[in-house]
Ligand binder design. Structure first.
Ligand code: NAP
Length: 282
């Protein structure tokens, strides 16, 4: 039984836009399955209202919140402290409100957990240089990858990310997106951290099967659709294809644990996220 009453604790998402998110379905199913008296709501917060939204959530006693585009960097200005994952990425996707407001980047954990069984070593390529690419870079370093190629449409942004990864100890190199195909041949892991291939552009892919080594693992952070064109190309090449749905679930599971102190029901979260994505109509 799941009743909202005067003791119900609030978790939320703030972003702009937020209509695409399946986090409310995923977290509410998890709360329900464990009989926890929590609710998760999504709030569309425009950039000029960010500070008010953060202070408002603190004022009403929310347990915490997720942060998505475009607030992941800006929100750090309104927090009291950052954990190591947020410090290293310079971006926050989860906030815990206790005696202070503490920011975390659970995308880093989500990527690490998703890749926990892959072979570590050789070159890894990150396609993209935005927020998700930053989280991917930190996760790769934490996992033990030392040689990282960042391929991005805007070369200057790839160079900025490479600088950051070098400061964290990686041997990193920036290239343009057009070079990604030829350089991917030497990589044991490829991560797409761009929206290429995302609904409605489901026929697009940053790489074709001929450019993907058969012994590589390919993680597409895009999870809508769950099976992207890039993952189909990876399978055609004989490579291991890993969906961004896993990252979505594990970053959510980590936030769930931070807010409730309880281990997240990962299977419930995965099947509910999948169900919500199948019903997604934009
Ligand atoms: P972001 O900060 O806006 O960065 C977007 C990146 O993609 C930039 O490097 C941008 O290149 C590149 N890009 C955008 N459109 C492109 C296009 N048409 N062709 C080539 N490159 C393009 O976004 P983000 O937060 O990093 O998110 C990136 C993707 O990861 C999104 O699809 C998001 O849904 C997904 N994501 C998934 C999870 C998960 O849990 N699975 C978590 C986080 C993010 P420029 O620098 O040239 O603009």
């Amino acid at each position: 039984m799941w009743d909202i009453d005067s003791s119900t604790r609030l978790c939320s998402l703030i972003g702009h836009p937020i209509k695409h998110s399946v986090s409310p379905q995923m977290h509410n199913a998890a709360f329900r399955s464990l009989g926890l008296n929590y609710v998760y709501l999504a709030f569309d917060v425009k950039p000029e209202k960010l500070e008010q939204a953060v202070k408002g959530l603190e004022a009403v006693g929310a347990v915490g919140f997720n942060v998505t585009i475009p607030h992941k960097v800006e929100v750090t200005r309104f927090l009291d402290e950052l954990d190591e994952s947020a410090e290293r990425t310079g971006a926050v996707n989860t906030v815990v409100i206790k005696s202070s407001l503490k920011g975390y980047n659970t995308d880093v954990y989500g990527i690490e957990e998703t890749l926990r069984d892959i072979r570590i070593g050789g070159y890894a390529m990150i396609i993209g240089a935005g927020g998700a690419a930053r989280a991917a870079g930190v996760a790769l370093i934490n996992l033990g990858f030392r040689r990282i190629i960042v391929a991005n449409r805007t070369l200057s942004k790839a160079k900025a990310l490479v600088e950051r990864l070098r400061e964290l100890g990686a041997e990193a190199e920036a290239i343009g997106l057009r070079e990604a195909g030829s350089r991917a041949q030497r990589c044991s892991l490829i991560i797409n951290a761009t929206p290429i291939g995302m609904t409605p552009n489901i026929d697009e892919t940053p790489l074709r099967s001929s450019e993907i080594p058969g012994d590589a693992a390919v993680l597409d952070l895009v999870y809508n659709p769950v099976r992207t064109r890039l993952l189909t190309e990876a399978e055609k090449a004989g490579a291991q294809a890993i969906s961004g749905l896993e990252v979505l679930v594990y970053q959510g599971a980590r936030a769930f644990k931070l807010w409730t102190g309880v281990e997240a029901p990962v299977e419930v979260m995965r099947s509910e996220a999948l169900r919500a994505l199948k019903r997604w109509r934009g």
